[in-house]
Design a protein around this ligand. Structure first.
Ligand code: ZN
Length: 321
């Protein structure tokens, strides 16, 4: 095998969001490429929601001491795979041997994901992890290899590499194996009212720690009003598909009996009314909906209720089904 021109299709088929970076089919290093495994790295660059792929240019073009491409794909802050190369890349150096990966030329033996986080003061995001597990499972299935062929650079390096930091690689392989078996690890993401950059509400929504049934440190509350002043939860939905939408609220006899949750589906907004006087402190299913791919506000809590009592915005979870 000299190239893996199937990479983009395999990733998309696994529900991974893909951005194709230019002429990826013809951008590669000379030399042999017969991959039997997937190697995880971190870039050591500090990524953020507003700067999601700071190492992308280096991974495409290389640096003064190492010509690019430096990986087959870069995984950005939001879990989007930027596909750079269908062939050999300078990511692995010499393999010292790890699990079923023998000692030898790591760039021949493995496909590399450069996951864009700094690995010292910054961990991999949940979106990066979920997408990397899904991508690794799909690629290993395509290669006809099991989950033991997923490795971390620190396992194969002969030069003391530490990447990928903050990841238990045995847990990662267990998650890849579960994904390959078709169980357990469907894409899921939770947004709490304190999740940075993913929750917005006006100043009319107060902050409370009153109920011990809250998710996380606090929750938001507001009086019902016949006006549009929703609190919104933003998700980076990996593919247009069916998702289970769940909500968590602390319950109280004084809270609203008909709180409107708005779900932004492929066919417009759907509203589900819940009784926040009961069923608190647990995930409650609002329904399953077809959601469009992309990063946007997906679920809102509206203040427009005809019932009395505070409407509550705490946490929302999406799970692909
Ligand atoms: Zn590395």
């Amino acid at each position: 095998m000299a190239t893996i021109p199937w990479l983009v299709d395999v990733l998309r088929g696994a529900g991974v969001q893909v951005v194709v970076e230019g002429d990826w089919l013809n951008r590669m290093r000379p030399g042999s490429f017969n991959p039997i495994g997937v190697l995880w790295h971190h870039t050591a660059a500090t990524s953020s929601a507003s700067n999601p792929h700071p190492a992308l240019n280096i991974c495409i073009n290389g640096r003064s001491d190492l010509p690019g491409p430096l990986c087959q794909a870069l995984v950005d802050y939001h879990g989007v795979f930027h596909v750079i190369s269908a062939g050999r890349c300078n990511h692995a150096g010499v393999s010292g041997g790890s699990g079923p990966i023998p000692a030898g030329d790591g760039n021949t033996l493995m496909i590399g994901w450069e996951i864009d986080y700094n690995g010292v003061s910054q961990q991999m995001t949940a979106a990066q992890y979920n997408a990397s597990v899904a991508a690794t499972a799909a690629v290993l299935k395509r290669l006809g290899r099991d989950a033991s062929h997923a490795r971390g650079h620190r396992e194969t390096s002969t030069t003391g590499k530490i990447d990928p930091s903050f990841i238990d690689l045995n847990s990662m392989r267990a998650d890849v194996a579960a994904r390959m078996a078709g169980g357990g690890t469907a894409w899921s993401a939770t947004v709490d009212n304190t999740t940075a950059g993913r929750f917005t509400a006006s100043a009319n929504w107060g902050v409370s720690t009153y109920s011990g049934q809250r998710y996380g440190t606090n929750y938001r509350y507001a009086n019902p009003v016949a006006a549009s002043d929703a609190a919104w939860y933003k998700f980076n939905v990996p593919a247009t598909a069916t998702y289970r939408v769940e909500a968590w609220w602390p319950a109280n006899a004084g809270y609203n009996s008909s709180t409107p949750y708005v779900v932004a589906t492929t066919t417009g907004n759907r509203t589900v009314y819940v009784d926040q006087r009961v069923n608190g402190g647990q995930w409650r299913v609002l329904g399953t909906f077809t959601l469009p791919a992309g990063d946007a506000n997906r679920v809102g809590v509206s203040r427009w209720s005809g019932a009395a009592g505070y409407v509550i915005a705490d946490a929302v979870r999406l799970t692909r089904v």
